[in-house]
Design a binder for this molecule. Sequence first.
Ligand SMILES: Nc1nc2c(ncn2[C@@H]2O[C@H](COP(=O)(O)OP(=O)(O)OP(=O)(O)O)[C@@H](O)[C@H]2O)c(=O)[nH]1
Ligand SMILES: [Mg+2]
Length: 1006
Amino acid sequence: MEVHSTSLPTEFQFDVFFSHSWKDKKAVRAIARRLRGDGLRVWFQDWMIKPGTTKASRLQMVEEGLEQSRVLVLCMSANAFGSVWVTLEKQTFRFRDPLNEERRFIPLRLDESPIHDAMAPFMYINWLRKNREEEYEKLREICWPPRLKGVAPGKIAEEVIRLKSGGPLIAFSLSADERCVLSGSEDGHLRLWNRNDGEILFDFKHTDSIWGVAWGDDQRYVLSCGRNEIVCMLNTENGSLLRVFEGHTGPVRDVVWSINQRHIISGSFDNSIRVWDAETGACVQILEGHRRFVFSIAVGADPHRALSGGDRTLRLWDLEKGQCLRIFKGHTGFVYTVSLSSDQRLGMSGSEDKTVRLWDLEAGQCLRVFEGHTGSVWSIAWNVDQRFALSSSLDKTVRLWDTETGHCLCVLRGHESAVVKVLWAADQHHALSFDSSGEIRMWDLLEFVRVDVPAPLSTGLLPASDQVQYTNAKVLLVGESGVGKTGLSKRLALDHWQPSDSTVGAWATQWKLPVSSGDSIEREIWLWDFGGQADQRLIHQLYMDETALTVLVFDGQKEDLFETLGQWDRDLTRASHQGFSKLLVAGRVDAGGLRVSRAQLEAFKDERGYLQLLETSAKANLGCEELKQAILAGIRWEDIPWRSSPLLFKRLKEEIVRLKDEGRVLMRFNELRESLALRLSDEDVRFSDEELKAVVSLLAGPGVVWELKFGSWVLLHPEIINAYAQAVIQTMRADEHERGCLPEERVLSGDLKYHSSMARLEADEERFVLLAMHQILVERGLCLREHTDKGALLVFPSYYRRERPELVGHPAVLVSYRFNGFLDDVYATLVVRLHHTEPIRQDQLWRYAADFKTLTGKQLGVKLTRRAEGAGELEVYFDPMIPLEEKIIFSKYVHEHLLQNGRDVERLRHYVCPHCGTPVGNREVAMRKLEEGKRDIPCVDCEMRIPLWDPLEELFASSTTKQRVRELQEQSTIVLDAESKERALVGDVISTVALAGQIKPRVQCE
Ligand SMILES: Nc1nc2c(ncn2[C@@H]2O[C@H](COP(=O)(O)OP(=O)(O)OP(=O)(O)O)[C@@H](O)[C@H]2O)c(=O)[nH]1
Ligand SMILES: [Mg+2]
């Protein structure tokens, strides 16, 4: 908590002065820090007096400090009772003056040395005892200033109300006059409470859990929604049910009123948002786009706009046109809450990933990331002038943020359960927080949100002492194998040359930059060096999100250079969702210069939008400095959000990265904690398990480390998983029949074909990495586990090489899709997921084709064909005897899968003339006509009309089909989750046993 002393109207500038021997500095600093963290203004010599200050001014500063402090804490110890005692004792006089009622004096005993006679009469704080917490409370109570009296120490709460609810409360809303609270509970009670005395005004029992409640402005009507898939409108006078809004096909998570109260907007686990007419109850718009669960909706002054949060994205909607205007990506977990600024230019979101993000809605860009919570963020509230925001979390705290400086102004502690909801009171300086046990707390935040606290300009920020602002940019080095990427990245990050073996997986390191002048935001670069061998490219895509700049390195000696470069350029564009800067770099020029003309390369550079073309040699140190400068200049820092983080988080991150750079691969959480505690012991840095866990998960978001799902392991080098995955693929390729499968036992025991330059881990680490890799492959749906007599087999659909023979029984292609993306992945995951859906049985796998059977034994399937430039076409075919409904559900499932995993998806129906049986030749045109709303087209042969909008299309668009497909999707997700959990359990068991040292390194399969 950062308290700005200048803004406080008290007589004393400091609440407490620490008087101590310099030899006890370290111990005293820890106590001083804690008090400061609790909001007290502390005079501690080390913070107040800079090294190098002359003795005369030092004495004067001490004198002034004593004069301006209310409480003196005298730290007693052997050191203190030694030569400095006279000075220390002298400092106490003005505090011991009985006539001076305002000041207080309290000795604090640091060690067991006998207490000096002069101190004997005084009650003291005993810092020796085991129950130090109690002693700390005492100390804090004494130091607690009158300006905060009447307020529980450390809590700025003025008022606590407990609602007596049977089950946990999930949703809250406050009436406009702030007198009543509406709550929704897990056990289905919608209750209206009198906020003053907690009396229940009405209690309406729903059939299922209530997840969202909203109060109309005129206080006459309230809304509720929940697991039972409906939205209800009730009369607040008698709690009678006025209207039911039906249509969602999944639980409804959130509901809000539009600003003019004419519409109601609800967000559901059926992935859609519905807009309802409040008068008639009719659904006037269905907004689709979220790929999974909608958790939260926010509306502002413009009745046509809404912001929603769900799957890892936020979406901005035009409610009138039913269009998604913008998608915001960045969170690495579900988005549980969203909020709009009053001018509607900014958005804020809180997520499962424990961060709060600030978004520029017009530019579509994330501006800041606020770190500090150690649990999911559930609610966010913005004050009217948009400068301050509150966030509440599962970690039982509320944080107050200054959105301009990024500082966390205070942490409100006191709740004993997850804080579900936080709000500003109408006076804009009180906050109300609601926890799941039914406790409501009201906090006075006036001292933090006073309007006369000047808003610092965003340039020239003053850093708060316990917080940091930083930003990091991801720079990738990519290109063919052997072009000199690793050589260059060593040169860039470590400034030295060292010959290297071919990279297996990827290597990432942090490249620190000096703080640029003008602001206090630390800038850092993460440099990623990817192995260029073909087998690895697939896996690298996992790391390409949020790239700021890519360096495409090439070998100037290569024959078909432009073809290679073109391919890489396309892959890069495909892999990232956002734009990034690009540099084109020739490597190893000392070993031979360019074979093609520079002018040609310049033309390629300009055409494809590369910023610069550079010729380099890491070995001879040629062009490396230029490359460094080009990277620094090429990163668009203004497009990268900056992060505001507790200093503690930052320190922990740095030390974890250091451990990583030192070569640690795998650590148990406890081991990590101890090793960090040891490393940070000199700095007095203390941290809780929750804080460390939060830091680990913040690092796991962008893939810097991974948390294994078993045995509480932290993998410091996630790229090692790629290296092992590559070995799995190589092993499959080595099979002369390329059957696309491997015994699970072989994979888990590491009996694989490894690349010559890959250094395997020690056996006791390797088996956990193998388990984790196996789990990821299964969970991501890249492979199937098939049980056979000889044990489980891992089946990789995209590695089947047997050509499919011509189909018998003439199954007809119903629809095909053109799409872009990582074809192998999209295809493999589709086949695996289909395998896990109930109404379909897998039949045969072929080279890029998979046959399935329906429950009645009819054949259906998919076939992937590669087209030019890395695009693919997927055909969906059916036995003609399969009922239309089943065909549609299956093809819609495929459609949804491609939308979710591929890009530029185009659906092409195969129409056949119902009169003469001639297929429609130009499918693109037919689809375009259909989109334009044309109902039919003429047949080229018999010239009769071929209906475009037929029963099939109707079914395709129907909500029953959608719901059925979603059920199937959930089904496969459940199976995959269960498989993953099962693997995690295996991991846990092995991990526990290994810890007890009871088994030799050998992995059991089942
Ligand atoms: N002559 C010369 N050799 C270099 C230079 N940079 C790297 N090498 C050597 O060339 C070979 C390939 O270089 P790397 O940097 O490992 O190539 P890479 O692009 O990282 O290759 P992958 O990791 O396989 O994708 C290694 O033997 C390096 O030691 C250079 O500037 N000049
Ligand atoms: Mg390399």
